[in-house]
Design a protein around this ligand. Structure first.
Ligand code: GAP
Length: 429
């Protein structure tokens, strides 16, 4: 993890927010390459979960919602962590994260645990009074539940179908940490799948497998990925069953995504709280019913950290991020062998040729070896060198990040060559 944190900082990928003021605990900024990587993670999820499916649609709902949403969802009364204070050093801890009943920092005596609600409160409008109090959403899911009927009717969807969304969520975590693994402002990629009551267990298992496969398809090492079924005593207040997808970080096996059987909890609660009918009308059978929901919920930042940790390797002189090319912030880097005007001009021409189709970088400074290494450590899968022969044969050298093999490719074929390689990519283990 420390190597990843320092690489992210050194290359301006991810670093503490408001750093010139000393930072703010557990809030992070994504710099140029980090923002590209994050967008690629979200695009890869949207591609699989929305674009490639006939039964899932995508939405974008607001962060601030009516406060009654969170009463209905159970978050006002149940979304809490047990908090203890050290009577000596005054530090605060999550009681369920402690190994003993003494303070882990100084060994002092701890207070009794009290429940601390994780939702951030704020006010709408100019008056700070309880009537104007709202919350920043702690999950994106509720936006989907309250809009369920509108979206279903407008899209003329029939069960089984899903509604997906990517967006920011906020939790005032008692003990954030481990870089972007647990922070107070983060993004989620969630999908709520609405079904009748006939095949709920099958659908649940289906989504567990689909989501597990997504990580494998994006190159994550299967030996460090597992599914873990929740015991009844660890289920969230809304869940009938839950399976976590976990990754083995240096801090141990940790949840990166949860697949939950939410039953009819959310829709029923919102029907009761709002007084509005959120049942589904089946025009084939003439039945009205409240659908059951299977949810898949992943954190963008946590997933991104998984891809980074899994891709990181140190090999002799070089550090390399073996990111799947679909995730890599830059797909191809273009280098003139020397800083000679005719090579620079040709290299820029090659960049302009690729740029509309592939995120491309250009670098003319330092030795070619150094330039390769600079791109290796940010995961650029292909390097293209323009040399003096290029001016005669209109061919370039393409170097592969993982195998470091080199191929001579004519410029006319270059785009196809790289795109074919990206499509056929297999992680090197
Ligand atoms: N709608 C269900 C839900 O929100 P969750 O298990 O609380 O379930 C789902 O969160 C995912 O969101 C987690 O698996 C994790 O990837 C991400 N997540 C949750 N809290 C987070 C935090 N404080 N920082 C970063 N990611 C977080």
């Amino acid at each position: 993890m420390n190597e990843i944190i320092s690489l992210c900082k050194r290359r301006g990928m991810i670093f503490p927010s408001s750093e010139i003021y000393g930072g703010i605990n557990s809030c992070w900024d994504y710099g140029v390459l980090g923002a590209d990587l994050k967008r690629n993670v979200k695009n890869a999820w949207w591609y699989t979960m929305v674009q490639m499916r006939d039964d899932v649609v995508g939405v974008d709902t607001s962060i601030i919602m009516h406060p009654d949403v969170w009463k209905a969802s159970g978050h006002v009364s149940n979304f809490t962590d047990p908090l203890v204070d050290c009577k000596v050093c005054k530090q605060r801890f999550r009681a369920d994260h402690l190994q003993s009943d003494r303070c882990p920092a100084c060994g002092g005596e701890l207070t009794e645990a009290r429940q601390f609600n994780l939702m951030f409160k704020t006010y709408v409008g100019p008056v700070e009074e309880s009537a104007a109090q709202v919350y920043l959403r702690p999950e994106t899911a509720q936006g989907i539940f309250v809009d369920f009927k509108t979206i279903q009717a407008a899209s003329r969807l029939r069960v089984p179908f899903g509604i997906a969304q990517i967006g920011k969520s906020f939790r005032n975590e008692v003990s954030p940490g481990n870089f972007i693994f647990r922070s107070r402002e983060f993004e989620q990629m969630e999908m709520e799948f609405f079904i009748d009551d006939k095949k709920d267990d099958e659908w649940f298992e289906y989504w567990v497998e689909e989501r597990f496969k997504w990580y494998l398809d994006l190159g994550v090492n299967p030996a460090r990925l597992r599914k873990r079924r929740h015991r009844p005593d660890e289920l969230a207040h809304y869940a009938k069953a839950c399976v976590d997808i976990e990754y083995e970080f240096s801090i141990g096996w940790q949840e990166i995504e949860g697949i939950a059987h939410r039953g009819r909890f959310d829709l029923t609660q919102h029907m009761n709280q709002s007084g509005k009918d959120l049942s589904y009308y089946d025009d084939l059978t003439g039945e009205h019913f409240v659908p059951i929901v299977i949810e898949t919920s992943a954190g963008v930042d946590r997933t991104l950290l998984t891809f980074l940790v899994d891709a990181y390797a140190e090999e002799g002189e070089r550090t390399v991020l073996r990111l799947h090319p679909r995730l890599a912030p830059t797909k191809v880097a273009i280098f003139p062998l020397q800083k000679k005007p005719e090579l620079v001009e040709k290299a820029r021409e090659v960049k302009r040729l690729l740029q509309p189709y592939l995120a491309a970088a250009y670098d003319e400074t330092g030795s070619i070896g150094r330039r390769y290494r600079r791109q290796d450590e940010v995961g650029t899968p292909y390097g293209v060198t323009i040399d003096f022969d290029t001016l005669n044969d209109q061919a370039v050298t393409v170097r592969d990040r993982d195998t470091m093999t080199q191929n001579r490719v004519v410029i006319d074929q270059l785009r196809n060559f790289i795109q074919d390689r990206m499509e056929q990519y297999k992680p090197l283990r």
